[in-house]
Write a protein that binds this ligand. Structure first.
Ligand SMILES: *Cc1c(COP(=O)(O)O)cnc(C)c1O
Length: 427
């Protein structure tokens, strides 16, 4: 009897409906959201309001680098909030100074500015570049096709994807796009007004495409030769996701000439605060004082609370050797995706990326997807939800895995077996 008529979880279902209703009535519908209402998490898992558990291989889009409800983050939030949450940047505070030093130590000689998001960190880089070129009348920045740099007006002008620009014209002037990983195209595109080139070390939204070592070294040489700033967006691919603090450190590992490589500016956000909203950009030493007093600012940038959390995250990553974890377990995950591509070539085309920034490239024309007009990536992600795994689509054909840096080996195994289940069902 019990099996035939299971008791419906009535209250829980009402929760789902009522929260959906709150959104429908009150929240600007600018996001295409999945039909999941999440309520809490623990480690690499999150739970929805119906009590269903999901393995979170998306980490809130590469944000929750220590997973959910990490005790060290809770402790840092509680301890610092009992002392000082915010005072503004009219004053000095210890956590901001200490965090800046920790970031400089991991990147290279320079200084750091703190803000609140990735788009805002990039905005700072645009202002740095404009300031740098101002007296010569140079202002133009080259960015890559398929790049993503955020949703502010300058951010969508910088982003190399038409879909983010549509409907918001006229665009902020001074941005042009060049094909990614094409050094000659960069050289050919330079104009007398060009002041900077901005790229992601690993394109995220664009489909998990790493820059090649030759491209990074070539752009560095080109920028030196033509007195341009080389700017890098490390918002998604930074903070140990590739196995090194910054993606270029990973990409150039062991490459001759790579040891001394540095960009001139680097934006950070996402994993920096592990879910507590914050952003930052680093400026290389020769340009570190360009943004002088009064030229740039933000009320919330680098609050004691945000910086205390970021400092604690760095401590945990170091103490638990999570960079190594991302490297090793990431290599295992990638090899497993490659195995899926070999075993089920009509569903999985290839594995992309490095460390814990991976992409499953889906094959074209998967028959089971033909009946829906949703992209293959979306349909795959939806099936993974049903199987109890959260991932993030990129473009129409790629599904991103951006797990927390402290993902456990058996959780990686759980993820792969559930992904394989879904893949098998599509053969
Ligand atoms: C997410 C992202 C941004 C924008 O960050 P927000 O915090 O959403 O403003 C910028 N660049 C890259 C590469 C990103 O992945």
């Amino acid at each position: 009897m019990k099996e035939i008529v299971p008791a419906p979880p009535a209250i829980v279902r009402n929760d789902y409906a009522s929260i959906r209703e709150l959104f429908a009535k009150n929240v600007v519908p600018s996001y295409g959201r999945f039909e999941l209402v999440l309520s809490h998490g623990a480690g690499s898992h999150v739970f929805d309001v119906t009590g269903k558990r999901y393995l979170d291989l998306g980490s809130g889009i590469a944000v929750c680098c220590l997973g959910h409800a990490h005790p060290a983050i809770t402790e840092a939030l509680v301890e610092q909030s009992q002392k000082l949450i915010h005072v503004s940047n009219l004053y000095f505070t210890e956590p901001q100074g200490r965090l800046a030093a920790e970031l400089v130590k991991r990147i290279g000689p320079g200084k750091v500015f703190f803000c609140n998001s990735g788009a805002e960190a990039n905005e700072g880089l645009y202002k740095l570049a404009r300031k740098f070129g101002h007296d010569e009348g140079r202002f133009e920045m080259l960015t890559a096709t398929n790049s993503f740099h955020g949703r502010t007006l300058a951010g969508i002008a910088a982003t190399g994807q038409d879909k983010v620009k549509k409907g918001f014209e006229p665009a902020v002037t001074g941005f042009r796009h060049i094909p990614f990983n094409d050094l000659e195209a960069a050289r050919d595109a330079l104009s007398p007004a060009t002041i900077a080139i901005l790229i992601e070390g690993v394109q995220g939204e664009g489909g998990v495409t790493p820059a090649t070592p030759e491209y990074l070294l070539g752009l560095r040489a080109l920028c030196d030769e033509r007195k341009l700033l080389l700017l890098m967006d490390g918002v998604q691919c930074g903070h140990y996701r590739t196995g090194k603090f910054q993606s270029f450190q990973k990409i150039l590992e062991g490459v001759p000439g790579g040891e001394t490589f540095l960009p001139d500016g680097l934006s950070m956000a996402k994993s920096l605060g592990g879910g507590f909203p914050m952003g930052a950009f680093w400026v290389r030493a020769p340009y570190q004082d360009l943004l002088s007093a009064g030229t740039h600012g933000t009320t919330y940038g680098g609050t004691p609370l945000a910086c205390a959390v970021a400092l604690r995250i760095l401590e945990v990553i170091e103490k638990e050797n999570l960079a190594e974890q991302a490297r090793k377990l990431g290599a295992w995950l990638k090899a497993e995706i490659e195995r899926l591509a070999r075993t089920y070539p009509t569903v999985v085309q290839s594995a992309r990326g490095m460390g814990f920034m991976l992409g499953i490239e889906l094959a074209e024309n998967i028959p089971a997807f033909a009946t829906s007009d949703k992209s293959a990536a979306l349909q795959f992600v939806n099936r993974l939800h049903a199987a109890g795994v959260l991932t993030v689509p990129a473009g129409t054909q790629i599904v991103r895995l951006l797990p927390p840096l402290n993902l456990k080996p058996q959780e990686a195994g759980e993820g792969i077996s559930k992904i394989e289940e879904v893949v098998k069902s599509l053969v």
